[in-house]
Design a protein around this ligand. Structure first.
Ligand SMILES: Cc1cc2nc3c(=O)[nH]c(=O)nc-3n(C[C@H](O)[C@H](O)[C@H](O)COP(=O)(O)OP(=O)(O)OC[C@H]3O[C@@H](n4cnc5c(N)ncnc54)[C@H](O)[C@@H]3O)c2cc1C
Length: 508
């Protein structure tokens, strides 16, 4: 059962970029087309540009093709997508409704819960009429956002800087904003004035809706509609007609929960980690939480998951949260750096001296910002180091990189993508139960591992792969991949103690 306090209508889309790993999950769930067709204008370019205003000077730009033309990188069968929350949420809802295991209940608030040895009892309130009810469950997961009641009730503290900026988002509608200025269209504009970086503008549907963010600083301010309107006019650089659809003041934080749950109650998503949106990691990290936790809950409910299974959720995903929110804050610092190191007055002056200063500053800023735009390593390169569910093979950990990503089947890593002869990806094997890949024309035996899995009721499929490139990418002839697509164990022959391996990966 999944409850949601609101009626489910997203009034102010926060996230808009579904990252590459999230799209791999969508591929696993068979909903890539739904995401692509959700409503974003797929022909709208995704350039990022830094300007004084839309009718002013452009310092630089990072060009990106429109979603319809962007290609997946060699490491993945998918690519990131533009699908803001007001489009993506209905996609996930439709997906959840397809499952006979899920009951969605909107207008229902979690008021309280009691955790017992045998389960959890939750007190719910129907928000329209105030009626209350009790529901019993084996487990409770609080994906209830930054102010998580579940987290508070568990007494879990958040660690990190609580207020990086007080920002105000305004979604406004304007038909053909592009006709009001001479700049090439862009998905994201960053506005830099004499005071430094002060605002951003994002094409929220690639058509007529825009999200303006007045970035602010660590001082709380309440802005009037008139002030916001004047700020939007300043960013565009001329008076124009627009309709404000919604205003959202919010606090940019860098916080990670000290724990991700207790025995039967867990937190996920923004309830567990709050990040600056710079980089687009928030929801994408939250989806990883969900994917990591869900197969473990299934394993324990179905009786084959051992006592280390659920505690491994925090061991595996919390370091990912810490890494991702730190990277996002560094992205923010880079974006706001013109506040600290002024680009100099000359960049705002007309004439050749100004042109030269703009080129010099623009090139520097463009180069510095690349780390935010190219972050495949953050999305795909997370490794579950030190997890009790991962059997190390003694090979050293690869360097954790941001803008590059070298695939590896080292235990704890995301199992590599390789296109197979039938047009499928190796990733298409994963998602339901464990998969033991056997490589080569005469692959090593796998009977003992199969037998061990069977004896512990661990769902396991053995798949033979005769494909030179895949064999090279996986680096060993036997590779055991978990239901979430991470490598659990690998070797060139069956392990000496197959039961010990199966017990480790099932958290016994
Ligand atoms: C400007 C901006 C841009 C962003 N861009 C991106 C991006 O491009 N990519 C990305 O990955 N992330 C992005 N993010 C972050 C992303 O929006 C969040 O990480 C994501 O929305 C978190 O999802 P969540 O479900 O964990 O929490 P929320 O979105 O906060 O949802 C929590 C839900 O729980 C419900 N709820 C709360 N309490 C209760 C209760 N007691 N009972 C019942 N229901 C309850 C709420 O009504 C809400 O619907 C952005 C954020 C901002 C602010």
């Amino acid at each position: 059962m999944r409850i949601e306090r609101s009626d489910g209508v997203i009034k102010q889309a926060k996230m808009d970029m579904v990252g590459i790993r999230s799209m791999e999950f969508c591929r696993r769930w068979g909903i890539v087309r739904w995401v692509e067709e959700a409503g974003y204008n797929r022909d709208y370019p995704q350039d990022c540009a830094w300007v004084t205003c839309l009718n002013g000077y452009e310092f630089g730009r990072e060009p990106f093709a429109a979603p319809s033309r962007e290609q997946p990188p060699p490491q993945s069968p998918q690519k990131r997508e533009r699908c803001p929350q007001n489009f993506f949420d209905p996609v996930l809802r439709r997906f959840a409704e397809r499952s006979s295991h899920v009951r969605l209940q909107y207008d229902t608030e979690l008021v309280d819960f009691v955790e017992q040895d045998s389960g959890v009892v939750a007190a719910l309130r129907n928000t329209p009429d105030g009626s209350t009810s009790l529901v019993g469950a084996d487990y409770l997961v609080g994906a209830d956002g930054g102010a998580s009641r579940v987290r508070q009730k568990l007494g879990i503290a958040m660690k990190g800087p609580p207020a990086l900026t007080y920002t105000t988002n305004v979604i406004f509608r304007c038909e053909n904003l592009e006709s009001l200025h001479g700049k090439k269209p862009g998905y994201r504009f960053i506005f830099i004035g004499p005071e430094g970086t002060w605002a951003t503008l994002v094409a929220i549907n690639g058509r007529d809706q825009w999200r303006f963010s007045l970035v602010g600083d660590d001082n709380k301010r309440t802005l009037t509609e008139d002030e916001l309107r004047r700020a939007i006019v300043r960013a565009v650089g001329r008076e124009f007609d627009f309709e404000i659809l919604s205003v959202l003041p919010w606090v940019r934080r860098q916080l990670v929960a000290e724990h991700y749950g207790s025995s039967r109650v867990f937190i996920a998503g923004d309830a567990a980690h709050l990040t600056s949106p710079t980089g687009g990691f928030g929801m994408n990290t939250g989806l990883q939480d969900a994917v990591n936790l869900s197969w473990k809950l299934e394993a324990v409910i179905n009786g084959w998951g051992g006592p280390k299974m659920l505690p491994s959720y925090e061991i595996e995903q919390r370091p990912v949260g810490i890494r991702n929110v730190a990277e996002a804050t560094d992205n923010l610092k880079r974006m706001l750096s013109p506040r600290i190191t002024s680009p100099g007055a000359a960049v705002f002056e007309p004439g050749p001296k100004g042109d030269a200063a703009r080129i010099e500053f623009g090139n520097r800023y463009t180069e510095m910002m690349r780390r935010e735009w190219y972050s495949i390593g953050i999305h795909l390169g997370y490794v579950y180091e030190g997890s009790p569910l991962i059997v190390p093979d003694g090979t050293p950990r690869r360097e954790d990189t941001v803008s590059t990503y070298v695939q590896t089947a080292r235990p704890g890593s995301r199992a590599p993508h390789v296109w197979l002869a039938d047009g499928r990806s190796t990733l298409d094997y994963f998602g339901s139960g464990f998969v033991l890949l056997r490589f080569g024309i005469s692959p090593p035996a796998a009977r003992a591992v199969e037998g061990a899995a069977e004896s512990r009721r661990v769902p396991l499929k053995v798949i033979d792969v005769v494909h030179a490139e895949a064999e090279k990418a996986y680096e060993r002839r036997l590779v055991l991949v978990r239901p979430d697509g991470q490598v659990a164990w690998r070797g060139d022959a069956e392990p000496a103690d197959p039961l010990a391996v199966i017990d480790a990966v099932r958290g016994a």
